[in-house]
Ligand binder design. Structure first.
Ligand code: HEC
Ligand code: HEC
Length: 482
């Protein structure tokens, strides 16, 4: 580990005393022993040094058990929960004046635990409308207390099952796109002519890139991915790079628990950015444990219904989805070369630990996990990840169908009406639906599609009711195993 020292275990008793004399005292493990009833989270600091190298099955299990504990923990002020002087923004941002509430339903912190929202039907799952989050970069309206869409984009809690595989797919796709860009530049220089190449990875097209002989690049035909050609698989907008980045964001947003790798001295020049009297609230090791747990979560499965009519209907429904064009975006599988999950990963930038910040990253070999054997492979040995998605953003509304055009704020420079294809694995367990979690039936969210999905939506809309129900029958077999 290059840049970060081992986290000092916070002492709850000392921390409680600190609250009374904020600013004067530091957490000091020598002054008091932690006791089981001191209202602190015991898993914090347990990971110590950042894990490095290939972890054994047992070491990976132990690390993800700690992560599971942190995901379920109800953080308290004695852990450093709350952020009186910091906003929910991803880039460390101070509030203009100290906040009045420890918890605030709109601008956050809005929960005590990650598991308060991600819990249906299992830990790491999705949730109902009531756990919606009000996403706002927060630079101008940090402390909004209204759910009016002029202040934030309201999003429903989606599930995290199989998200290690999702991140691995995105990393490989980003690598392919970077290779295509490099090839275009090389060829343009060598031939002294403009070169236009398709941005094709895993049979998903992200448009075209053109390189000119003078080294300039034309990105005007790039489609569904950021201009840096990094496939960002997380958030329904498709704007977050990694589980590690999302975890650091979510800890600050939802709980006011600030990770050292983003809010600590090295990045912000202060030990207590959020001004709650606590430093080093989350060590890099704590974040690694949380990533290990999320990255190893079992992917959803296709359930075979007990009812034989349902089996037949689901079969017809899957075929119909192919015929309507649904599977153009909701790809039944994407092929994955390697199950080695590196953490920290290759694509993060300052504020989230990346592979370049450490001497040796940890490798979580997902093939060690009990569920890995059940994943199908193709003839070239690639794992076929059954996500029913393409990790690409699409225009989702048009003049006739504008139900998904409800957001008013663009996020990270992406059009308000573009969203990343929802991965449909698990959709049978995660009602309600849509990015705002406000479509109560599968049929209604399918009919809400527009824009790039207009033709598929219309084919579905024109089918008779029985054929529509076949599609629902299939979607209902895509479940999160209890
Ligand atoms: C108040 C409810 C709530 C809490 C608490 C919460 N989340 Fe989430 N989570 C959400 C919502 C809503 C989204 C979807 C965000 C979006 O699409 O912009 C989400 C998305 C995610 C994603 C991305 C999933 C994907 O496939 O796009 C990850 C990873 C995640 N949360 C991890 C966490 C972690 C780790 C914690 C605890 C630090 C946490 N969440 C706490 C509501 C919550
Ligand atoms: C052009 C790409 C595209 C096509 C074609 C498409 N979808 Fe989607 N689908 C999406 C996107 C993007 C979302 C996320 C919408 C949002 O923002 O809520 C989505 C969401 C969904 C959801 C909701 C998932 C959830 O967890 O809330 C279902 C169900 C669904 N699609 C089924 C279908 C069916 C059935 C068809 C064919 C009739 C279809 N889709 C065609 C892109 C597409």
């Amino acid at each position: 580990m290059k840049k970060f020292g081992m986290k000092q275990k916070l002492s709850g008793l000392v921390s409680a005393a600190c609250l009374l004399v904020v600013g004067l005292c530091v957490n000091n493990p020598v002054l008091a022993e932690s006791v089981p009833w001191d209202e602190t989270t015991k898993e914090l600091g347990q990971t110590g040094e950042l894990p490095a190298g290939r972890l054994s099955k047992r070491a990976l299990q132990a690390l993800s058990d700690t992560g599971k504990g942190l995901f379920s923990a109800q953080f308290t002020p004695a852990d450093g929960a709350g952020r009186p002087n910091a906003t929910q923004a991803i880039i460390p941002t101070k509030t203009k004046r100290p906040r009045q509430h420890t918890l605030l339903r709109t601008a956050g912190p809005d929960a005590t635990a990650c598991s308060s929202c991600h819990n249906q039907p299992v830990l790491g799952g999705a949730s109902d409308f009531v756990t919606n989050v009000f996403v706002s970069e927060g630079f101008t309206q940090a402390d909004f207390d209204s759910v009016d869409p002029q202040f934030s984009n309201e999003r429903g809690s989606n599930h995290l099952m199989g998200s290690g595989l999702v991140e691995l797919l995105a990393r490989e796709m980003s690598r392919d796109l970077a290779d295509i860009r490099a090839k275009a530049l090389r060829t343009a220089r060598a031939t002294e002519q403009s070169v236009r190449l398709p941005l094709l990875t895993k049979a998903v097209s992200f448009g075209y890139i053109t390189a000119h002989a003078d080294g300039l690049i034309d990105l005007s035909e790039v489609d569904g991915v950021d201009a840096d050609l990094t496939v960002r698989p997380f958030s329904q907008k498709g704007v977050m790079t990694s589980l590690r980045q999302f975890t650091v964001n979510a800890m600050n947003h939802h709980h006011g628990m600030q990770a050292d790798e983003r809010f600590g001295m090295a990045v912000t020049g202060t030990d207590d950015f959020d001004g709650d009297g606590y430093f080093n609230e989350l060590s890099p090791g704590d974040i690694s444990a949380l990533v290990a747990w999320q990255a190893t979560l079992e992917p959803p499965v296709v359930e075979t219904p007990e009812n034989s009519d349902w089996i037949a209907a689901a079969q017809r429904g899957k075929e119909a989805m192919g015929a309507y064009g649904c599977l153009e975006c909701h790809r039944s599988t994407l092929p994955l070369d390697s199950l080695d999950f590196y953490d920290p990963g290759p694509l993060d930038v300052v504020g989230t630990l990346s592979i370049n910040d450490v001497e040796e990253a940890a490798i979580y070999d997902l093939s060690l996990l009990h569920w890995a054997a059940s994943l199908e492979r193709n003839d070239s040995g690639q794992v076929l990840v059954p996500l029913f998605g393409d990790l690409k953003r699409h225009q989702m509304s048009d003049r006739q169908n504008n139900a998904l055009a409800n957001e008013q704020l663009s996020q990270r420079f992406v059009d308000r009406t573009r969203f990343m294809t929802a991965e449909l694995w698990g959709v049978g367990s995660t009602a309600p639906y849509g990015h705002r979690n406000d479509f109560l039936t599968l049929k209604s969210i399918v009919l809400a599609h527009g824009g790039d999905a207009k033709a598929a939506r219309n084919a579905f809309a024109e089918a008779d009711e029985k054929a529509q129900l076949d599609v629902v029958a299939f979607l209902k077999t895509l479940v999160i195993a209890p």
